[in-house]
Design a protein around this ligand. Structure first.
Ligand code: SD4
Length: 338
Protein backbone atom coordinates (compact mmCIF):
# COMPACT_ATOMS: atom_id res chain seq x y z
CA UNK A 1 0.00 0.00 0.00
CA UNK A 2 1.51 3.28 -1.09
CA UNK A 3 1.51 5.99 1.50
CA UNK A 4 0.89 9.56 0.55
CA UNK A 5 3.98 11.62 0.14
CA UNK A 6 4.16 14.80 2.11
CA UNK A 7 6.42 17.23 0.37
CA UNK A 8 7.82 19.73 2.76
CA UNK A 9 9.58 22.89 1.81
CA UNK A 10 11.26 25.45 3.97
CA UNK A 11 9.29 28.63 4.31
CA UNK A 12 11.43 31.67 3.59
CA UNK A 13 10.58 35.24 4.53
CA UNK A 14 8.01 36.30 2.01
CA UNK A 15 7.74 40.02 2.68
CA UNK A 16 9.59 40.98 -0.48
CA UNK A 17 7.67 38.49 -2.55
CA UNK A 18 4.38 39.70 -1.10
CA UNK A 19 5.22 43.29 -1.96
CA UNK A 20 6.22 42.40 -5.47
CA UNK A 21 3.08 40.35 -5.92
CA UNK A 22 0.80 43.14 -4.76
CA UNK A 23 2.43 45.39 -7.32
CA UNK A 24 1.94 42.71 -9.95
CA UNK A 25 -1.68 42.26 -8.93
CA UNK A 26 -2.24 46.02 -9.34
CA UNK A 27 -0.61 45.87 -12.77
CA UNK A 28 -2.85 42.97 -13.67
CA UNK A 29 -5.91 44.87 -12.55
CA UNK A 30 -4.84 47.92 -14.49
CA UNK A 31 -4.19 45.78 -17.54
CA UNK A 32 -7.53 44.08 -17.12
CA UNK A 33 -9.35 47.42 -17.09
CA UNK A 34 -7.41 48.77 -20.04
CA UNK A 35 -7.75 45.64 -22.07
CA UNK A 36 -11.20 44.74 -20.98
CA UNK A 37 -13.13 45.72 -24.08
CA UNK A 38 -10.35 44.56 -26.37
CA UNK A 39 -10.20 41.19 -24.62
CA UNK A 40 -13.96 40.85 -24.50
CA UNK A 41 -14.11 41.35 -28.26
CA UNK A 42 -11.31 38.87 -28.85
CA UNK A 43 -13.02 36.41 -26.52
CA UNK A 44 -16.26 36.65 -28.41
CA UNK A 45 -14.55 36.16 -31.74
CA UNK A 46 -12.73 32.98 -30.70
CA UNK A 47 -14.86 30.03 -31.55
CA UNK A 48 -14.42 26.60 -30.10
CA UNK A 49 -16.43 23.68 -31.38
CA UNK A 50 -18.86 22.59 -28.69
CA UNK A 51 -19.21 20.50 -26.60
CA UNK A 52 -16.22 20.74 -24.23
CA UNK A 53 -15.51 19.13 -20.85
CA UNK A 54 -12.62 19.90 -18.52
CA UNK A 55 -11.67 18.48 -15.15
CA UNK A 56 -9.01 18.72 -12.47
CA UNK A 57 -6.07 16.29 -12.38
CA UNK A 58 -5.45 13.42 -14.76
CA UNK A 59 -8.90 11.90 -14.45
CA UNK A 60 -8.83 10.62 -18.02
CA UNK A 61 -11.76 8.22 -17.77
CA UNK A 62 -14.00 10.65 -15.93
CA UNK A 63 -13.45 13.40 -18.48
CA UNK A 64 -13.85 10.96 -21.36
CA UNK A 65 -17.19 9.86 -19.92
CA UNK A 66 -18.34 13.47 -19.65
CA UNK A 67 -17.26 14.11 -23.24
CA UNK A 68 -19.14 11.09 -24.52
CA UNK A 69 -22.28 12.08 -22.63
CA UNK A 70 -22.02 15.53 -24.24
CA UNK A 71 -21.39 14.05 -27.70
CA UNK A 72 -24.51 11.95 -27.25
CA UNK A 73 -26.42 15.24 -27.04
CA UNK A 74 -27.12 15.20 -23.33
CA UNK A 75 -26.94 18.28 -21.12
CA UNK A 76 -23.89 19.78 -19.45
CA UNK A 77 -25.44 18.88 -16.09
CA UNK A 78 -25.84 15.20 -17.08
CA UNK A 79 -22.25 15.20 -18.33
CA UNK A 80 -20.65 16.49 -15.12
CA UNK A 81 -22.68 14.16 -12.90
CA UNK A 82 -21.81 11.11 -15.01
CA UNK A 83 -18.19 12.18 -15.42
CA UNK A 84 -17.58 12.78 -11.73
CA UNK A 85 -19.31 9.48 -10.83
CA UNK A 86 -16.44 7.60 -12.53
CA UNK A 87 -14.06 8.77 -9.80
CA UNK A 88 -16.66 8.38 -7.06
CA UNK A 89 -16.70 4.68 -7.97
CA UNK A 90 -12.93 4.36 -8.36
CA UNK A 91 -11.77 2.58 -5.21
CA UNK A 92 -8.16 3.47 -5.96
CA UNK A 93 -8.86 7.18 -5.73
CA UNK A 94 -8.26 7.97 -2.07
CA UNK A 95 -9.66 11.51 -2.25
CA UNK A 96 -13.06 10.97 -3.90
CA UNK A 97 -16.03 8.70 -3.19
CA UNK A 98 -15.80 5.17 -1.86
CA UNK A 99 -12.16 4.45 -1.01
CA UNK A 100 -11.60 8.05 0.05
CA UNK A 101 -9.34 8.53 3.08
CA UNK A 102 -11.22 8.82 6.39
CA UNK A 103 -11.01 11.53 9.03
CA UNK A 104 -8.63 11.05 11.96
CA UNK A 105 -11.23 8.91 13.71
CA UNK A 106 -11.63 6.54 10.79
CA UNK A 107 -14.92 7.88 9.35
CA UNK A 108 -15.08 8.57 5.60
CA UNK A 109 -17.19 11.67 4.94
CA UNK A 110 -17.84 13.03 1.47
CA UNK A 111 -18.62 16.55 0.23
CA UNK A 112 -19.99 17.59 -3.17
CA UNK A 113 -21.83 20.29 -5.06
CA UNK A 114 -23.34 20.92 -8.46
CA UNK A 115 -24.39 24.05 -10.35
CA UNK A 116 -26.78 24.16 -13.27
CA UNK A 117 -26.86 26.66 -16.14
CA UNK A 118 -29.89 28.42 -14.67
CA UNK A 119 -27.92 29.22 -11.51
CA UNK A 120 -29.53 26.55 -9.35
CA UNK A 121 -27.22 24.62 -7.11
CA UNK A 122 -27.20 21.68 -4.73
CA UNK A 123 -24.77 20.75 -1.97
CA UNK A 124 -24.15 17.83 0.38
CA UNK A 125 -21.56 17.80 3.14
CA UNK A 126 -20.25 15.11 5.49
CA UNK A 127 -22.11 12.25 3.81
CA UNK A 128 -21.05 8.88 5.19
CA UNK A 129 -23.21 6.19 3.59
CA UNK A 130 -23.31 6.80 -0.12
CA UNK A 131 -20.58 7.36 -2.72
CA UNK A 132 -22.50 9.20 -5.46
CA UNK A 133 -22.53 12.52 -3.73
CA UNK A 134 -22.53 14.68 -6.88
CA UNK A 135 -25.72 12.92 -8.03
CA UNK A 136 -27.07 13.36 -4.50
CA UNK A 137 -26.34 17.10 -4.67
CA UNK A 138 -28.32 17.23 -7.89
CA UNK A 139 -31.24 15.57 -6.12
CA UNK A 140 -31.04 18.16 -3.31
CA UNK A 141 -31.17 20.83 -6.01
CA UNK A 142 -34.02 19.28 -7.97
CA UNK A 143 -36.15 17.54 -5.38
CA UNK A 144 -35.97 19.67 -2.24
CA UNK A 145 -36.68 23.34 -1.57
CA UNK A 146 -33.14 23.62 -0.16
CA UNK A 147 -29.59 24.09 -1.39
CA UNK A 148 -27.60 22.29 1.32
CA UNK A 149 -28.07 19.06 3.28
CA UNK A 150 -25.42 17.88 5.73
CA UNK A 151 -24.47 14.76 7.67
CA UNK A 152 -27.23 12.48 8.88
CA UNK A 153 -29.89 14.49 7.09
CA UNK A 154 -28.11 14.08 3.76
CA UNK A 155 -27.64 10.34 4.37
CA UNK A 156 -31.29 9.89 5.29
CA UNK A 157 -32.38 11.80 2.21
CA UNK A 158 -30.15 9.58 0.06
CA UNK A 159 -31.73 6.47 1.52
CA UNK A 160 -35.26 7.81 1.10
CA UNK A 161 -34.75 8.46 -2.59
CA UNK A 162 -33.22 5.04 -3.20
CA UNK A 163 -29.46 5.61 -3.18
CA UNK A 164 -27.52 2.49 -2.23
CA UNK A 165 -26.29 2.47 1.38
CA UNK A 166 -22.56 1.73 1.26
CA UNK A 167 -19.65 1.34 3.63
CA UNK A 168 -17.21 3.91 2.22
CA UNK A 169 -14.14 2.71 4.14
CA UNK A 170 -12.29 0.15 2.01
CA UNK A 171 -9.84 -2.33 3.49
CA UNK A 172 -6.87 -0.49 1.98
CA UNK A 173 -8.02 2.95 3.22
CA UNK A 174 -8.46 1.40 6.65
CA UNK A 175 -4.95 -0.02 6.54
CA UNK A 176 -3.46 3.31 5.44
CA UNK A 177 -5.33 5.09 8.25
CA UNK A 178 -4.05 2.54 10.78
CA UNK A 179 -0.51 3.15 9.56
CA UNK A 180 -1.06 6.89 9.87
CA UNK A 181 -2.28 6.41 13.45
CA UNK A 182 1.14 5.04 14.39
CA UNK A 183 2.60 8.55 14.22
CA UNK A 184 -0.32 10.85 13.45
CA UNK A 185 0.70 14.16 11.97
CA UNK A 186 -1.63 16.58 10.25
CA UNK A 187 0.30 18.28 7.49
CA UNK A 188 -0.67 20.01 4.30
CA UNK A 189 -0.41 17.87 1.23
CA UNK A 190 1.01 19.35 -1.95
CA UNK A 191 0.41 16.88 -4.77
CA UNK A 192 -0.86 13.46 -3.95
CA UNK A 193 0.53 11.10 -6.56
CA UNK A 194 -1.43 12.95 -9.20
CA UNK A 195 -4.93 12.08 -8.08
CA UNK A 196 -7.08 14.34 -6.02
CA UNK A 197 -10.48 16.02 -5.73
CA UNK A 198 -12.46 16.04 -8.95
CA UNK A 199 -13.92 19.31 -10.19
CA UNK A 200 -15.49 19.34 -13.63
CA UNK A 201 -17.02 21.89 -16.01
CA UNK A 202 -18.97 21.07 -19.18
CA UNK A 203 -20.20 23.26 -22.01
CA UNK A 204 -22.84 21.40 -24.00
CA UNK A 205 -23.78 21.71 -27.66
CA UNK A 206 -26.31 24.43 -26.79
CA UNK A 207 -23.57 26.47 -25.14
CA UNK A 208 -24.89 25.93 -21.60
CA UNK A 209 -22.41 25.41 -18.79
CA UNK A 210 -22.68 23.21 -15.68
CA UNK A 211 -20.23 22.06 -13.03
CA UNK A 212 -19.69 19.54 -10.25
CA UNK A 213 -17.14 18.98 -7.52
CA UNK A 214 -16.73 15.83 -5.39
CA UNK A 215 -14.24 14.96 -2.64
CA UNK A 216 -13.53 13.12 0.59
CA UNK A 217 -11.68 16.26 1.69
CA UNK A 218 -8.30 16.31 3.36
CA UNK A 219 -7.04 12.96 4.58
CA UNK A 220 -7.26 12.43 8.33
CA UNK A 221 -9.07 15.74 8.77
CA UNK A 222 -10.70 16.67 12.06
CA UNK A 223 -14.14 15.16 12.51
CA UNK A 224 -16.66 17.61 11.08
CA UNK A 225 -14.17 19.49 8.91
CA UNK A 226 -15.52 20.65 5.56
CA UNK A 227 -13.34 22.22 2.87
CA UNK A 228 -14.05 24.38 -0.17
CA UNK A 229 -15.27 21.67 -2.53
CA UNK A 230 -18.99 21.75 -1.61
CA UNK A 231 -19.06 25.52 -1.03
CA UNK A 232 -20.65 27.40 -3.89
CA UNK A 233 -18.32 30.25 -4.86
CA UNK A 234 -15.26 28.56 -3.39
CA UNK A 235 -14.86 25.03 -4.81
CA UNK A 236 -17.20 25.74 -7.74
CA UNK A 237 -18.98 28.66 -9.30
CA UNK A 238 -20.47 29.41 -12.67
CA UNK A 239 -22.64 31.92 -14.42
CA UNK A 240 -24.15 30.84 -17.71
CA UNK A 241 -23.53 34.31 -19.14
CA UNK A 242 -19.82 34.20 -18.34
CA UNK A 243 -18.33 30.77 -17.62
CA UNK A 244 -17.23 28.70 -14.65
CA UNK A 245 -14.35 27.75 -12.38
CA UNK A 246 -13.48 24.93 -9.97
CA UNK A 247 -10.76 24.50 -7.38
CA UNK A 248 -8.69 21.76 -5.82
CA UNK A 249 -6.12 21.80 -3.06
CA UNK A 250 -6.05 23.26 0.44
CA UNK A 251 -9.71 24.16 0.84
CA UNK A 252 -9.26 26.57 3.73
CA UNK A 253 -7.26 28.92 1.51
CA UNK A 254 -9.76 28.75 -1.35
CA UNK A 255 -12.61 29.58 1.03
CA UNK A 256 -10.81 32.65 2.39
CA UNK A 257 -10.57 34.16 -1.09
CA UNK A 258 -13.86 32.75 -2.50
CA UNK A 259 -11.69 31.55 -5.34
CA UNK A 260 -14.10 30.22 -7.97
CA UNK A 261 -16.47 33.17 -7.63
CA UNK A 262 -13.49 35.49 -7.96
CA UNK A 263 -12.42 33.83 -11.22
CA UNK A 264 -15.89 34.06 -12.74
CA UNK A 265 -16.16 37.72 -11.78
CA UNK A 266 -12.72 38.46 -13.23
CA UNK A 267 -13.81 36.76 -16.48
CA UNK A 268 -17.01 38.81 -16.41
CA UNK A 269 -14.82 41.91 -16.34
CA UNK A 270 -12.89 40.82 -19.38
CA UNK A 271 -10.07 38.60 -18.20
CA UNK A 272 -9.32 35.39 -20.04
CA UNK A 273 -9.82 32.17 -18.04
CA UNK A 274 -6.03 31.83 -17.83
CA UNK A 275 -5.46 35.36 -16.51
CA UNK A 276 -8.32 34.95 -14.03
CA UNK A 277 -6.93 31.66 -12.65
CA UNK A 278 -3.50 33.27 -12.28
CA UNK A 279 -4.94 36.25 -10.44
CA UNK A 280 -6.89 34.00 -8.05
CA UNK A 281 -3.73 32.05 -7.19
CA UNK A 282 -1.81 35.30 -6.72
CA UNK A 283 -4.45 36.58 -4.29
CA UNK A 284 -3.68 33.54 -2.11
CA UNK A 285 0.11 33.58 -2.30
CA UNK A 286 0.29 37.33 -1.74
CA UNK A 287 -1.64 36.99 1.52
CA UNK A 288 -0.12 33.81 2.84
CA UNK A 289 3.55 33.37 3.71
CA UNK A 290 3.03 29.64 4.01
CA UNK A 291 2.06 29.06 0.37
CA UNK A 292 5.13 26.87 -0.25
CA UNK A 293 3.58 24.25 1.97
CA UNK A 294 0.23 23.75 0.25
CA UNK A 295 -1.16 23.32 -3.22
CA UNK A 296 -4.03 25.25 -4.80
CA UNK A 297 -5.11 24.73 -8.39
CA UNK A 298 -7.90 26.30 -10.43
CA UNK A 299 -9.37 25.46 -13.80
CA UNK A 300 -11.80 27.71 -15.67
CA UNK A 301 -13.75 27.91 -18.92
CA UNK A 302 -15.62 30.81 -20.46
CA UNK A 303 -18.71 30.70 -22.62
CA UNK A 304 -16.64 30.70 -25.81
CA UNK A 305 -14.98 27.48 -24.73
CA UNK A 306 -11.66 29.13 -23.90
CA UNK A 307 -10.04 27.41 -20.94
CA UNK A 308 -7.35 28.23 -18.40
CA UNK A 309 -5.65 26.66 -15.39
CA UNK A 310 -3.03 27.68 -12.86
CA UNK A 311 -1.64 26.33 -9.61
CA UNK A 312 0.93 27.10 -6.93
CA UNK A 313 3.16 24.04 -7.35
CA UNK A 314 4.27 21.95 -10.28
CA UNK A 315 2.47 18.64 -10.69
CA UNK A 316 -1.14 19.61 -11.34
CA UNK A 317 -2.71 18.92 -14.73
CA UNK A 318 -6.10 19.41 -16.35
CA UNK A 319 -8.02 17.13 -18.73
CA UNK A 320 -9.79 18.67 -21.70
CA UNK A 321 -12.28 16.96 -24.02
CA UNK A 322 -12.88 18.83 -27.27
CA UNK A 323 -13.61 17.69 -30.82
CA UNK A 324 -13.98 14.13 -29.49
CA UNK A 325 -10.38 14.20 -28.23
CA UNK A 326 -9.55 13.87 -24.55
CA UNK A 327 -6.17 15.38 -23.72
CA UNK A 328 -4.07 16.14 -20.70
CA UNK A 329 -3.20 19.83 -20.59
CA UNK A 330 0.00 20.88 -18.80
CA UNK A 331 -0.63 23.62 -16.26
CA UNK A 332 1.71 26.52 -15.44
CA UNK A 333 2.60 27.03 -11.78
CA UNK A 334 3.54 29.97 -9.57
CA UNK A 335 6.30 28.63 -7.35
CA UNK A 336 9.55 27.91 -9.16
CA UNK A 337 12.01 26.69 -6.55
CA UNK A 338 15.50 28.03 -7.28
C1 SD4 B 1 -10.71 20.15 0.50
N1 SD4 B 1 -10.22 21.01 -1.69
O1 SD4 B 1 -11.47 19.45 1.16
C2 SD4 B 1 -10.53 19.81 -0.96
C3 SD4 B 1 -9.54 18.72 -1.04
C4 SD4 B 1 -8.68 18.71 -2.19
O2 SD4 B 1 -6.67 18.28 -2.83
O3 SD4 B 1 -8.91 19.27 -3.25
N2 SD4 B 1 -7.59 18.09 -1.99
O4 SD4 B 1 -10.08 21.09 0.98
Amino acid sequence: MKRRKFIQNTVVGATGATFALSALACENEKDATQKSSEEKNAMNKKTHALPIAICTWKFTKANQRAGEVLDAGKSALDAVIEGVSVEEQNLKNTTVGKGGAPDREGNVTLDACVMAPNGDCGVVMAVSNTSHVAALSRKVMEETPHVILVGEGADEFAKTIGFETENLLTESSKQAWEEWLESPEYKPIINIENHDTIGMLALDKNGDIAGACSTSGLSYKMKGRVGDSPIIGSGLFLDNEVGGAVATGMGEEVIKTVGSFLIVELMRNGMTPQAACEEAVKRIVSKNDDYKNFQIAYIAMNKSGETGAYCIHEGFTMMKYENAKNEEVPVAFYHKPS
